[in-house]
Design a protein around this ligand. Structure first.
Ligand SMILES: Cc1cc2nc3c(=O)[nH]c(=O)nc-3n(C[C@H](O)[C@H](O)[C@H](O)COP(=O)(O)OP(=O)(O)OC[C@H]3O[C@@H](n4cnc5c(N)ncnc54)[C@H](O)[C@@H]3O)c2cc1C
Length: 464
């Protein structure tokens, strides 16, 4: 039977980052994933000769080379990956659009500040105070009991309800597992990573980041085993003992770090009754990737990302029972509108909408295919006023749904931001079994890597 110092479940951003960190300290570490491709929620695939990224809208937390102490530069330093290897191209600018008003921002925070001063002059002092107050907040705080929520906390700073809704929409779409609101601690992280820092795209897309992580892990002697699903986590009196793979093979280790999710991980253990279906995150999405016959800029659209809301109050929650999507809000991303050394191989229009897992999964295959086509049509009609009508320019369309997300990542309910019950300490009821990634409370690509590093440092290196 093989024995390791640490077993990592999941070859997404957090699992690979954790693996690198442990291998740097000469641990014998294996990263296991059920899927054949690494990357998890932010992976890549090839279809009809075209390469697609699964999720990449933006690498958040953009800061210029040499910036000290920010999440992006911290993770690169800890993983010993040179900044230039990411080949980042900055956004041209993004926008949140509500009826009658929109706010634009770039990677220069002053742009957003000036927009707010111009469109909500009575709110700028409160906004400045908010920025000052959250500056000193630690990245992640453990909260006893019910965590404070952003809507309540924001009342002390911003009194115009439209501005509250507008500031929240992008942050919820890029990281809230909770309908209509987000924990205050997560709000602060997201505010800094989206508005104060900003968006960039690695040249070559998510593959660039994933290749760096995978190659670094392997160079350090780490073992990456794809098509190796974990069917059970073994534990005894002294805590975790190892895992059993789908084919029955047992691997032993005194520490297991899992990025599979809180409910999903405990479901593999003796402590499965600690969680219930109520802990499964309710937020999931459909995303369409439409290859265009022209570049978005040639069609008059320069924004990198547009978050739109068709009503005065933000719409962020699972669609009502029986519905497939809720297209009263959504996100449009045009990867061409990042600075890039080379034009992208395909001009692309990505459209993301809130979706309902049970409706998409209940359908037989032919209805599912027809529903995907129908929703593509209606959703792009809804989104057109916020960018342009992509339909007459479509040369190829692909898309994924909550069903696809669950199938390829194992996340129950296709929950992109995991469970609303975050485990900030990474601890589970089983000694030696820890969580990393989405359900530890850091979100997105940069957040997931930060989580992998932090959990490896705290739990898997500390025990030796
Ligand atoms: C459509 C979409 C768009 C997104 N856009 C962005 C974006 O633009 N910017 C951004 O920063 N973030 C984005 N995200 C979020 C980002 O992708 C995630 O927050 C991040 O990748 C999570 O990484 P992770 O390592 O925590 O988890 P995951 O990526 O979910 O990795 C978990 C891995 O565990 C594996 N696994 C699960 N169960 C088992 C098991 N039993 N045995 C073996 N392996 C198992 C899965 O196959 C998976 O590979 C997006 C997500 C989606 C879905």
């Amino acid at each position: 039977m093989e024995t390791f110092d640490t077993i990592v479940i999941g070859a997404g951003m957090s699992g690979l980052a954790a693996g690198i960190r442990l291998a740097q300290y000469d641990q014998r570490v294996v990263v296991l994933d059920r899927h054949s491709l690494w990357g998890g929620l932010n992976s890549f695939y090839k279809k009809k000769g075209r390469r697609f990224d699964v999720g990449l809208h933006a690498l958040t937390n953009y800061v210029p080379k040499g910036t000290k102490g920010r999440p992006l530069t911290r993770i690169l330093r800890q993983l010993r990956i040179p900044y230039d290897a990411l080949q980042l191209g900055e956004q041209t600018g993004s926008r949140v659009s509500f009826p009658g008003v929109s706010l634009r921002w770039t990677n220069d925070f002053e742009v957003l500040r000036a927009e707010i001063a111009d469109k909500f002059p009575g709110q700028i002092d409160g906004f400045d105070r908010l920025v000052r107050d959250i500056a000193g907040y630690p990245d992640l705080v453990e909260v006893e009991g019910e965590p404070p929520m952003a809507r309540d906390e924001l009342k002390a700073y911003i009194t115009d309800q439209t501005l509250v809704e507008m500031l929240l929409l992008p942050l919820l779409y890029y990281g809230s597992p909770t309908p209509d609101d987000v924990e205050w601690a997560s709000f602060i992280i997201l505010f800094k990573s989206l508005y104060e820092e900003g968006f960039a795209r690695p040249e070559g897309g998510v593959r660039t980041v994933l290749d760096l992580l995978r190659n670094r892990f392997k160079e350090l002697g780490g073992e990456l085993r794809m098509n190796n699903g974990v069917s059970r986590i073994l534990s005894g009196q002294g805590g975790v003992e190892g895992v059993v793979l789908d084919d029955g093979t047992e691997l032993r280790a005194p520490v297991v770090l899992s990025s599979a999710g809180y409910v999903e991980t405990l479901g593999l253990t003796e402590a499965a009754d600690v969680v219930s279906s109520a802990d499964v995150g309710p937020l999931t999405f459909v995303e369409y990737l439409t290859v265009l016959d022209q570049r978005p800029a040639d069609l008059g659209h320069d924004d990198t990302i547009v978050f739109f809301n068709t009503e005065d109050r933000l719409v962020y929650g699972p669609p009502e029972k029986g519905a497939l999507v809720d297209d009263r809000s959504g996100v449009i991303c045009c990867p061409d509108n990042y600075a890039s050394a080379e034009p992208l191989p395909d001009a692309l229009f990505r459209l993301t909408l809130l979706a309902r897992h049970d409706t998409w999964t209940a359908m037989p295959e032919d209805e599912y295919v027809a529903a995907k086509e129908r929703i593509w049509e209606s959703a792009h009609a809804t989104a057109a006023p916020y960018a342009f009508d992509a339909r007459p320019h479509a040369v190829y369309v692909d898309g994924f749904t909550p069903r696809t997300i669950q199938k390829f990542t194992g996340h129950l309910g296709g929950a992109v931001y995991g469970s609303p019950r975050k485990q900030r300490s990474g601890r589970t009821p089983i000694d030696g079994l820890f969580l990393c990634g989405t359900d530890q409370g850091y979100l997105g690509i940069v957040g997931a890597m930060l989580s992998g590093i932090a959990m490896a440092n705290q739990h898997a290196l500390a025990v030796r």
